[in-house]
Design a protein. Sequence first.
Length: 182
Amino acid sequence: MRQSEIAKRYSLALFELGKEGDKLFIYRDELGSFIQIMEEYLDFKKLFFHPRVKREDKKLLLEKVFSANLSRELLNFLKLIIDRRREFFLQDIYKAYLALLDKEENILEVEVLSAISLPEELRVKLEEKLKTLSGSKIRIKEQVDPEIIGGLIIKIGDRLIDGSIRKDLESLRNQIVQIPVS
């Protein structure tokens, strides 16, 4: 089974559990905090992911360290991950869970690439326009890349809208190259 399929399967199981118990956001926050702790404490991360550390020892560590801070359901979920040797998929499971939560909340994440940071006024107008077109709440994830020179590149899911000056210049260059020289 492919990595993304595994992550989707486990994230869906956690999502459905969260939906039943009205704990979708609790699980999001707890799992996010758990992953953040792993990133901050590299010794813990090494121990958690090390294949030679016994599963029972990992679960005991989880229980001792996190039982006061994580819900029983999430602890059991993490133990299941350990039992099935899926620790390496945890980051992908979390990302897939966030995507399910966005879908549930009708939130569309839009990546916007621009040469400079977007002025707040333009950002608000873009958000309103995209909200009107899509009917969804919009979350803009902005990146700055001076190499696009100007304009915007907008990525919505699998769609890419390239309104950059770099693209226009490349197109113009290609047209000039095709002009026959006498």
